[in-house]
Every structure is written in structure tokens, then in C-alpha cells.
Design a protein around this ligand. Structure first.
Ligand code: SF4
Length: 288
């Protein structure tokens, strides 16, 4: 933030109050409210291997099971005074809950690393996985690993979603970008969108993004955002609509001059609208 001071007091008139202009060089998204102004680690590139997510997901499942077990341990005996079998039923439920969670993480890992989605999308990347991503992110925050774990979670989500091989018409795809892209990144996005004739919207806030989606009713979305914003967006939208989420690098800190992988974006847009969108008739081509 720059402060610019200006004193405008003509010699003949009474002294005037000092005018202070506050020039805000960026507007932070609420996800970055606690940013301390220092450069982000790794130059704002939070790339991480998928294994990091699975390790934290396992920790999350263990913590959730332990929390539920503790609750049953504390209240089970009291409930047992009302009806003797209650503690036993509760412990069986805790066991089933734990088994289901571990099974789910196992199937997820087998799908991701095995190269074949073992569950339909409603039970995987557009279903419980979105909740698992969010709870895992909460646990990762406690270890100061939030952005890396979220990056890995989003990569896994994208891999699973891409494998569905979805195709939509040009007018049915929407590209959503944030307000913080660098000029170079923005130019690149507009060029790709122009080449494949897909509409692009700048979503300054999540609320606005959801409104655009409601009004345009796309059948698929390619969204660009930082890991923190993408997690919120996926949680709110991916259950209702197929989304591919491209994360960015933040070399100058959050919410300004963000860079992104334009080749990846083009591959996704091309994959969704089909290869034919690339074809351009050569000028003066003889009519067939
Ligand atoms: S997407 Fe950009 S503007 Fe939005 S919170 Fe992330 S860094 Fe800030």
C-alpha cells in the first residue's frame, strides 16, 4: 500500500486539512486476510506431490475417528444407563465409520495411482472427495501446510475429473478467471478463449462467479484461481457442475500479477470442446 501526501494551501486562504491519498496496490481476497506482506514461500508456487495429500488425508481420517471414539468413550457409559446395549452399538458404529473412511481413501488412492476411476464421479471427485479435501485442508492448516496440501488435492481432483472425458459444445463451456492475473497471463487466456470461441468471465468474488454460472448455465467450467479460492469454488460448484480448476503461481504475493500454465489451460479447453475447434480452414482453400 502506498501513501501519498499532498498539502494544498494557497497563501491567502486559511490552512486546509492535509489530504491523504491511499493507493491500494492490491485488494486481497478474504482467503488471504492474514497475509503478513512478506514474499510467499517458493515464489508463490505451491506445487506438491499427490502423496502429500494422501498423507494428510490419512491423518484427517485418523483424527476424525479418534474424535468420534473419544465422544463415545465419554458419553457411552451414561447412555448405557438408559439402555444397556447402547455403548456396544455405538462402538460398532465407530468401527464401521472408521472402516468406511479407510476404504474410501484406499479406493481413492487406487483410482488415482492405478489410472482408472473405480467409482462414479458422484461418489468420487464430485461427491465425498470434495468434503475430504476440505477437512484435510483444515488439518493441514494446523501444520502450516495448507497451500501445498490444497494444491495436491486439486491436482488429484483434476486428474480424476479429466479422466471422465467429458465433451461440451463451445457455447456450453465457461472460462472463469480471477482479477489478479498478470497482463501476460490475461492476454494468453483471452487468446485461447478466442481461438476456441468460449466465453471468459472475470469473477472478482466467489459470489459473482456463482451468479455468472447461474445465469449462463454452462455445462462445464474451466476455473482459474489460487489454491485457497479454488478450494472454496470447488466445494460450492463442483458438486453441481463439472469443473476443472487451474491453480496459479503468485510470484508477487497474493492477489496480484498471478501467472498460470497456459498450455494446461489450452489442453483442457481443447479437450472439453473437442479437437474440431482447432481446425481452421486455410484461406483461399478450394471448395470441395
Ligand atoms: S484468486 Fe487471486 S484475487 Fe482471488 S484470492 Fe486468490 S490470489 Fe487473491
Amino acid at each position: 500500500m502506498k501513501l501519498r501526501f499532498a498539502m494544498t494551501a494557497p497563501p491567502t486562504s486559511a490552512p486546509r486539512a492535509q489530504l491523504i491519498h491511499i493507493e491500494v496496490d492490491r485488494r486481497l481476497g478474504h482467503e488471504w486476510d492474514e497475509w503478513n506482506g512478506r514474499p510467499l514461500p517458493g515464489g508463490g508456487d505451491f506445487s506438491a506431490a499427490p502423496g502429500l495429500f494422501f498423507r494428510f488425508a490419512a491423518l484427517t481420517v485418523a483424527a476424525a475417528t479418534a474424535a468420534v471414539a473419544l465422544l463415545v468413550y465419554l458419553i457411552g457409559p451414561r447412555l448405557g444407563t438408559l439402555w444397556t446395549p447402547v455403548p456396544r452399538i455405538l462402538w460398532i458404529a465407530v468401527g464401521a465409520f472408521a472402516v468406511l473412511q479407510w476404504l474410501y481413501v484406499g479406493v481413492l488412492a487406487a483410482s488415482f495411482f492405478g489410472g482408472w476411476n473405480l467409482l462414479p464421479e458422484r461418489l468420487m471427485e464430485r461427491g465425498p472427495y470434495l468434503q475430504l479435501m476440505n477437512y484435510t485442508s483444515l488439518v493441514a492448516r494446523a501444520f502450516g501446510k495448507r497451500d501445498w496440501v490444497e494444491h495436491a488435492a486439486i491436482d488429484i481432483y483434476n486428474t480424476l475429473a479429466e479422466r471422465r472425458g467429458r465433451r461440451v459444445g463451445k457455447g456450453e463451456l465457461l472460462v472463469l478467471i480471477p482479477r489478479c492475473l498478470s497482463k501476460q497471463a490475461l492476454d494468453g487466456v483471452l487468446e485461447i478463449a478466442g481461438r476456441y470461441e468460449v466465453p471468459v468471465f472475470v469473477a472478482t468474488r466467489g459470489q459473482l462467479a456463482r451468479r455468472v454460472i447461474r445465469e449462463r448455465r454452462p455445462r462445464a467450467v474451466v476455473a482459474v484461481a489460487c489454491e485457497r479460492d479454488m478450494m472454496t469454488g470447488l466445494r460450492d460448484v463442483a458438486g453441481k457442475l463439472p469443473v476443472l480448476g487451474l491453480t496459479m503461481q503468485l510470484p508477487n504475493g497474493p492477489c496480484r500479477d498471478a501467472a498460470l500454465d497456459l498450455d494446461q489451460m489450452e489442453r483442457w479447453v481443447q479437450g472439453l470442446v473437442g479437437f474440431r475447434a482447432l481446425k481452421q480452414e486455410p484461406e483461399n482453400a478450394p471448395a470441395s
